[in-house]
Ligand binder design. Sequence first.
Ligand code: NAD
Ligand code: GLY
Length: 359
Amino acid sequence: MKKLLVELGNRSYPIYIGSDLLNQAELYTQHIKARQVIVVTNTTIAPLYLDKVLKNLCKFDVETVILPDGEQFKTLETVSRIFDKLLLGKFSRNATLIALGGGVIGDMGGFAAACYQRGIAFLQIPTTLLAQVDSSVGGKTGVNHPLGKNMIGAFYQPQCVIADADVLDTLDDRQLSAGLAEVIKYGLIRDIEFFEWLENNINALLARDKQALAYAIERSCLNKAEIVSEDETETGVRATLNLGHTFGHAIETGAGYGTYLHGEAIAIGTCQAADLSRRKGWLNDGDVERIISLFKKCNLPVNPPKQLDSDLFLELMAVDKKNVNGQIRLILLTKIGAATLPIDVDKTLLIQTLNTYGR
Ligand code: NAD
Ligand code: GLY
């Protein structure tokens, strides 16, 4: 087992990465300080892993909440079901919430933990590749709004993250590829060596080679932990993790939540960001081809949906947490392995990308 640390002073916490971690009771119990525990999961994950987790919690008073599965349920209404259970069960402030699932469950569980009685402890047990390499680390929690993705939320750090690579065995190929989109992001924004490693090892990852997957999870979490430790609340470098996300969130919202997987929308958005970086003169044609080719090898989409024209894109991109005074701000690449902080974009170039890239 590998143990990484997200260094945040007295709110620092470990990320455990390895095999068979779900069965290691002490990993969870050392982070649970009182009897009341609530496990939040969904209808897909519960039959696969809930019993395994509950088996380790026999000395606690445990309630479970099994939510419907899907990005379209990442809403305040769904989070209310967690609050109902906490209140009906008379959970107090020293209770612990365990989020067992992908990014949707982790984001909602974390948000419920942040809000209930102004904050109870929570543990992240991410079960998708995307959640293991990205969403479970760093304390961004929240829900979607019909007008904008992830627009309601809070920064709230977990007590620990338990990333058991064995649970990826039951993840389907499409979801695995979606997770790889966020893995590739780390290479693109700050880790050229990792990007090159990914180019050379993508087939092993797609074939679910355990060693390759463990390395990709660890290197991604290392990158994420470093960024979050430096800039927890995204006043600077953390924004680079949003490469491709302004385009991607517009695609998710515009196409209807759940139509594109988050990682798929990010793959397309990153290619659009790469195209715009080329128009700025920072990337050359070969760089953009390299990026598109790696996403394609992962069986990820690289072209935006036809029904999203540039006007609709601009309208949707106007609802983004990086924007200031109505000005769209984007993360672009200055080269493979280096990203800008959010910059005001030249609208003419942006419209060129929206009208021509992948059209
Ligand atoms: P998800 O949570 O919807 O999970 C994908 C699907 O896989 C779901 O159907 C789920 O039930 C299923 N599943 C989960 N684990 C499984 C397993 N081990 N075996 C079989 N099926 C399994 O999607 P996701 O890709 O994990 O997360 C996407 C969400 O994460 C988005 O809402 C996105 O906005 C959010 N996100 C948050 C952050 C953050 O920093 N908080 C970062 C990136 C993404
Ligand atoms: N996934 C973006 C972030 O954690 O900041």
